[in-house]
Design a protein around this ligand. Structure first.
Ligand SMILES: [Mg+2]
Length: 230
């Protein structure tokens, strides 16, 4: 691509590992709950229901996940619910905040190349303090001219970003691992998108890719492939 483009880039599970830590916390929760009849998948379904209801009120992030695990335990525990057990359950989620930040292969070198030719915006959703902490730990902040942390990445938030920055939709691309938050709403807002799949993407972010707008959709195997496109 010859002309400079506006690249909006997702963070969690695009630049660094994230959902694996939530999966580990969930596995610890299943062990601790030790349910007599429900499978891990059935427990997951209950948790998904709690998460979907709570996300609308509280949003994303580890602290909210701790609350969701606590409520799931209160709903499913087959023994007396003790305060210390609720603390244990919450600790599975709070430990996520202490996990090392692991960059995905090729990310740093690719950003190094991209930021010289294009304007890069980090576009992520979640708890602002938690997301900012991860950006700081990643050391990747230097490649981005802008950072936007929003409560939800939906069509309206993409349209707001385009309006506020005066971006030209034809030269603007959203790059990320989530069909639900990155690809479909960006295309709905008339932007282009690059889908970078991640094998461990959170189930609630997985939906079918749709082509609702005039924009282009490119699917790559890995983040490093972006260097050949842009
Ligand atoms: Mg993501």
């Amino acid at each position: 691509m010859q002309a400079p483009q506006h690249l909006l880039i997702d963070a969690d599970d695009t630049l660094w590992e994230n959902n694996i830590y939530f999966e580990e916390a969930f596995a610890q929760f299943v062990d601790f709950l030790n349910h007599s009849s429900l499978s891990a998948a059935e427990i997951r379904a209950v948790l998904d229901e709690i998460e979907l209801a709570n996300i609308r009120i509280y949003g994303y992030g580890s602290l909210n996940f701790a609350r969701n695990l606590e409520q799931c335990y209160q709903r499913l525990a087959e023994r007396e619910i003790r305060a210390e057990d609720l603390e244990t359950v919450k600790s599975f989620a709070l430990r996520i905040l202490e996990q090392p930040l692991v960059l995905i292969d090729g990310v740093e070198e690719t950003l190094e190349r991209l930021h010289k030719r294009h304007e890069l915006t980090l576009f992520t959703k979640g708890h602002p303090d938690e997301q900012r902490m991860k950006i700081d730990r990643s050391g990747l902040g230097r490649f981005f001219q802008h950072t936007a942390i929003v409560k939800e990445k939906d069509r309206a938030s993409y349209e707001a970003l385009v309006r506020e920055r005066g971006l030209d939709p034809a030269r603007t691309w959203m790059i990320g691992n989530s069909p639900k938050s990155d690809i479909n709403p960006a295309l709905e807002a008339g932007l282009n998108a690059v889908f970078v799949p991640h094998a461990r993407t959170w189930a609630l972010e997985r939906t079918r890719l749709r082509r609702p707008g005039p924009g282009r959709l490119i699917v790559v195997d890995r983040f490093a492939d972006l260097a050949e496109i842009f």
